[in-house]
Write a protein that binds this ligand. Sequence first.
Ligand SMILES: Cc1cc2nc3c(=O)[nH]c(=O)nc-3n(C[C@H](O)[C@H](O)[C@H](O)COP(=O)(O)OP(=O)(O)OC[C@H]3O[C@@H](n4cnc5c(N)ncnc54)[C@H](O)[C@@H]3O)c2cc1C
Length: 419
Amino acid sequence: MKQFDVLVLGAGMVGIATGLQLLARGRSVALVDRRGPAEETSYGNAGLIQAEAVMPYAFPRDLRVILGVLAGRRTDARLAWRALRHTAPWLIAYARAGSPAAVMATAQANLPLVREAVPAHRALSQRAKAEHFWHETGYLRLYRDTARLERAIAENAAVRERFDIPFEVLDRAALAACEPHLTAPMVGAVHMTSPARIDDPGGLGKAYAALFQAEGGTFVDGDAMGLEATAGGGFRLAATEGEVSAREAVVALGPWSGDLLRRFGVRVPLGVKRGYHRHYKPKGNAVLNHLVAEDDTGVVLTPNWRGIRMTTGAEFARRDDPPSPVQLTKMEPLARALFPLGDPVEPVPWMGARPCLPDMLPAIGPVPGVDGLHVNFGHHHLGFTLGPATGRLLAETMVGEAPFTDPAPYRVTRFGRLR
Ligand SMILES: Cc1cc2nc3c(=O)[nH]c(=O)nc-3n(C[C@H](O)[C@H](O)[C@H](O)COP(=O)(O)OP(=O)(O)OC[C@H]3O[C@@H](n4cnc5c(N)ncnc54)[C@H](O)[C@@H]3O)c2cc1C
């Protein structure tokens, strides 16, 4: 049996970064996954390190938006009606957490994590020699209509005033200079200048995983659902190549985190917002320089090493139900009107699930009632961004260092009784 200080369960961006932060603090760490590192949600995302994303993706308050989703008219969000019996309790909790006061509390709690996101990634990327994945160009939110653009400018100005998040406004000519190959008639754009774009999110995750191994961490192939508490304290797991054990364990299984916690009698309100991506070859010599997001349609296109990656917004469905092509099918003609896309690169779109708690904050810290068990999951739309920052926060609290920010807003106990 191989003995470690900590077993980190899940080798997505969150688990890998948590493992690295623990190693840096002198702990011996095994990172357990049933697949290779960063091959699930941390592979399929849009690759933005969202230094601007203080305001959460909250439950909509605009009745027109809600009715549009219910009627299946929108492309940015989709409700799978057949799954509603299962998803309704989470959706109700999400709606309850969408009041203006609750949204502002989430934004306030997001702020220190989001501020730490780029520096924490940059430090890891330097050590992992992974800076070639970075493009520090920010991203563009595109508008076809002057009134919508002006509303977006006013909203962003309020966020800048309150949280010091920078942005620039591009008029039609400035946008055309930045992105000469866009084909839809835009009146302008809001340029979020602080985020970084990664052109291969899975590649960055794998580079961090290689750093983890180079710095003395052990990668273990196995099924995390086999984790057991041992009689003398600590945990053990029968992995593919033998048993591993540790005094402490961290659940960083992204959208699967609730499954393991249930085995320890702990219930968390973890839901998912499913999302899809597909790559397309650009037509002719067309080039896309930034990630572009069209607010009205929800179309997101980003240059990726495999082609132009189109990602979708939220699908409210059960995590394990079969993929539905609805959003991508509706979005494809809108995306083709925006940028000259050629043939799809892969025959079948990718699907993943954003792990979401109702208040759109992650859960970080100890699990009450299970000695030595910690969590770092529920990073919703921002797990790729926040993995290194939340990994740092959890590692600091586990080793008894002064944390860089107060961990209280992220405690899993904020949901009340868990058993
Ligand atoms: C379409 C889309 C676009 C997105 N765009 C962005 C973006 O631009 N920026 C951003 O910050 N975030 C983005 N996100 C969100 C982000 O991708 C997620 O929040 C993040 O990847 C979650 O990381 P994680 O490490 O928690 O989970 P994961 O990456 O899913 O990792 C969980 C790991 O657990 C492993 N696992 C599961 N079950 C078991 C088991 N039984 N045994 C062993 N291992 C197991 C899996 O194999 C996996 O490796 C996007 C998400 C989607 C779907």
